[in-house]
Design a protein around this ligand. Sequence first.
Ligand code: F6P
Length: 467
Amino acid sequence: MSRPSSRLVVISNRVAVPKARGAAGAQGGLAGALNAALRDRGGLWFGWSGQESEDRTGNINVQRGGGVTTATIDLSTRDVDEYYNGYANSTLWPLFHYRIDLAEFENETGRGYERVNERFAESVMPLIEEDDLVWVHDYHLIPIGDRLRELGAKNRIGFFLHTPWPPTRLLTSLPFHERLVRTMLSYNLIGFQTEEWLSSFVHYCETELGAEVEKESGRITHEGRTTTARAYPIGIDWDHFQEQGDSGEARQATQRLLSSTRHRTGMIGVDRLDYSKGLPERIDGIGRFFDQHPERVRDLVFIQIAPPSREDVESYQKIRAELEQKTGQINGARSEVDLVPIRYVNQGYSHAELYGFFRGAKIGLVTPLRDGMNLVAKEYVAAQDPNDPGVLILSDFAGAAHQLGCGGNGALLVNPHSPDALARAIETALDMPLGERKSRYEAMIETVRDDNVQAWTKTFCSDLATG
Ligand code: F6P
């Protein structure tokens, strides 16, 4: 049995290498969370460098910085096309976000996905020591645990999925779905963000694989192999985020936002530019609010920070064009010489700046159509002034809704597909009295503070180590 003090080896596609740690909004939640996990616990973080090169010498680039050691490899252009842009982000990502209409089912990219997983496994295997705990992350690398076993790894190996897990009938539309899911039985522990995604996975194992499931313990047994599957909701790096909030950079960002919005209420959204985030639907909801309340156009300014993401994938190019068109339409119709209702920003910002913007914005709009968790929702709450907190409008379809709904007394939960529901929530948030804002904030803040990324790492790693 591994000791709890074993070294942690984290494997993920995206690695926040010291020299290239980017703007927080552009990175997604995974990079920030793993950075925190490794900074606190020590260990090694292995993955893709983010660079393309045709170098096949197996060179591994090791870097140390900020208490984290990273080891990365480059991928060839073909690997990136087939594995990252192809199977991971044009097949699994849309399917896992219930967007079968956007999913491409090409055997070629499926083969590329397996080839790259193989290559990752062969590259990381010599770096893994006997007592290491190995923790694999996300949909890019589902089969890597199985490949590591084939190469002789006897370590405890865990897997965590940051995205939703789709219902069985959706997943079965994926050619070779059984082949993919079977590889997961090589892991000792599988983590999901919510009970909802966990129960879809368990349902698949029971109905499609005919596995035996012990519901209480989460143990799943099939063809002589046993894994355990449980929900481990991820949290934010609370202490680090509060430190950022104490900085001059954060205070300046709040001032910047407040002085530019003046007497208007700032409403903010921060998302990677991804169709799962419900951005055009959000703009429709804002448009509906302005249509229903033309007299309130001067009350509100909406700031959407949306750093571009996965720009080589066609569906991402389309969503960007659609968003630009919708934003332009509303701004064209509703702007005046001294007023632009929607500020649409394609760049990313540091954590300190985001903290400052969140604090200055009295409404946070987090309305994905489907999201594994969504840490922006938690960061928005964490950045609020307890004496004058803002209101979080949150999609019912984000994993975070399970923790922040608070039985109707936390975030305002909405159906992100409905422009009317969004318009109503914006009106409620704008008019909400201070007493209600405080009581909703108080209902949410405890889970945001206590169920943080350190608690997530500790619980997962201790379950992984002890079995
Ligand atoms: O959190 C989900 C996720 O897909 C991560 O795996 C990923 O690192 C992040 O979003 C950002 O996406 P990408 O790595 O493609 O830029």
